[in-house]
Design a binder for this molecule. Sequence first.
Ligand SMILES: Nc1ncnc2c1ncn2[C@@H]1O[C@H](COP(=O)(O)OP(=O)(O)OP(=O)(O)O)[C@@H](O)[C@H]1O
Length: 340
Amino acid sequence: MSAEPIILAQDLTKHYRVALKEESLLATLRHFLFRQYRTVKAVEGVNFQIARGEVVGFLGPNGAGKTTTLKMLTGLIHPTRGKAVVAGHIPWRREKAFLKKITLVMGNKQQLIWDLPALDTFRLNAAIYDIPEGEFRKRVSELSEMLSLTNKLHQPVRKLSLGERMKAELLAALLHRPEVLFLDEPTLGLDVNAQVAVREFIREYNRRYGATVLLTSHYMADIAALAERVLVIHQGRLLYDGPLAGLLERFAPYREVGLTLAYPLPREAFLAFGEVRDLEGLKARLLVPRERLTERVAEILKRLPVEDLEVRDPPLEEVIARVYKIAPSGPTQSPALEEA
Ligand SMILES: Nc1ncnc2c1ncn2[C@@H]1O[C@H](COP(=O)(O)OP(=O)(O)OP(=O)(O)O)[C@@H](O)[C@H]1O
């Protein structure tokens, strides 16, 4: 990466120390006297760099360490070890200049005040971030137009739909026009239409303002639509950093062949051509090694009663699940028992 990265993580590590508790009275007493702990290795020596203007997807199963990483990069928590630089700042110093350059949106947390119109929270944020009145009006009008939210700003937040609320959350989080967006599950729980709207907004915001985006989402459609590059984290360790297409090639060294047959056949009839993924009536789905694809497709067409044949990449969800399954499983929790 030639230009100075806007996000740098070097050996970034976070271990949480969690007190061990037992139920019995004796155990509770013992707990007060000799408190015992275990260490949860939430993030373990993570390294990456992100260039200005990039949109990067951050993938990992539940508990992989995504939120903990985002919390360190936004300075909400200190790392146990390692270094981070975001927009020229050490995040955990939480300098005002730093806070003006970044934002963190968590799909499961809300900053809007429930009983007041969203506009009131926006005003509060404008005061916190020293945004002058004229600029405030301009930004609210521009962002609410991009989000199709213009006529919802005066309604109490509690009366907004989930999708409208998320859009208003994004507006509140972007009013100070941050350069770096950390988005943790921004489409969580939204219906498909709202997901698409939020996704399109993020893309447009990135394009219009050149903002850098690090985004986690369990919806692969978000990642596929927005991020050319993905970071995959599993049990606190970075497993992959590269293009989404490369992830498919590396972890799915096969392609999927969908068949429609003229008449049904037993499972055994397909075994010579690939692994049978699904077989129902006239439809079959086979997994075929990438390097044998042409030869196998030719054989299938010659030997089976094929009405229709389609070759595609396996679903991204399946590939990701495979990555997690074949990943070397480093210990996330060590029984490092200490006495207080
Ligand atoms: N404050 C905390 N104290 C102790 N353990 C924690 C704390 N926060 C997170 N953890 C643990 O650290 C690990 C990583 O959690 P984290 O929330 O970073 O994962 P995640 O990838 O964001 O997961 P999800 O997709 O479920 O949100 C988990 O084992 C979690 O239980």
